[in-house]
Design a protein around this ligand. Sequence first.
Ligand SMILES: NC(=O)c1ccc[n+]([C@@H]2O[C@H](COP(=O)([O-])OP(=O)(O)OC[C@H]3O[C@@H](n4cnc5c(N)ncnc54)[C@H](OP(=O)(O)O)[C@@H]3O)[C@@H](O)[C@H]2O)c1
Length: 259
Amino acid sequence: MNLSNKKVLITGGSSGIGLAFAKALSKEVKKVIICGRSEEKLNNVKAENPQLDIIRCDVSDRNDVERLHQTMTDQHPDLNMLINNAGVFQFYSFEKRNHTFEALEKEIEIDFVAPMRLIDKFLPDFMSKEEAAIVNVTSGLAFVPFSMAPVYCATKAGLHSYTESLREQLKNTNVSIYEMCPPLVDTPMTEKMPEAKGFKKENAEELASIFVKGLRNNKLEMRPKASSQLFTLRRFMSGKSVSMINKGNADMEYLYNES
Ligand SMILES: NC(=O)c1ccc[n+]([C@@H]2O[C@H](COP(=O)([O-])OP(=O)(O)OC[C@H]3O[C@@H](n4cnc5c(N)ncnc54)[C@H](OP(=O)(O)O)[C@@H]3O)[C@@H](O)[C@H]2O)c1
């Protein structure tokens, strides 16, 4: 992909992976615009990274997404790349029932419905561009579920499948569909998680450089590091893969009280 002609919107760009992607891409593309819910977080990022444009938007709120789309159309009509990165990660025990069903619905809204809504809004504009791209950020957990986060893993598996259909349908168009499946990465999202055996927390900046290289080389599905192991595990040891990656969960039950 030619990055130099891209203007990029990254959802959830105010911390972690999204911020690392925004900083790395801002050296390669025409412009990067980030969004998030917290105005304070966005302003702090802007103070340290004046090259980034910021816009407040809760991607799970359809009116906010409508406003975001209108602002982009008015102020950035040359936008030609969308990175669906915003996400939340919640721990839910079916036994303890530590969440309301509304909280689970909210997680689905943010992690699954929002990328679909954003694609629905931006795709018609992108179809008229000379070249455009959409990136969905899923997870290695799209391939094998971490059972303490069942809703999260289901949304990522769903988004992985949706991305494949989208790519297949649009294969003869000017819009390329990418997927980044990060492994465990050291970000505010995973702050409370220990490094599980065999799954060390990767560095967000390193992931960003793998991402930029992958985009340049048209790598449509990126499964760096442990994500590629999870993919292989699921493929060749499907029956055992779920129990294998959930072996150490008893030591992490404190996480149920953290989300
Ligand atoms: N970290 C990992 O190990 C890991 C592994 C695999 C996949 N991922 C995926 O990578 C993506 C980024 O994760 P991260 O680790 O960088 O998390 P993070 O540090 O918690 O950052 C999440 C970002 O999303 C924003 N956000 C959350 N809900 C939002 C909403 N409703 N509307 C708009 N923005 C929202 C947050 O800002 P506000 O809170 O201000 O809204 C923040 O900018 C997620 O999709 C996650 O599932 C992460």
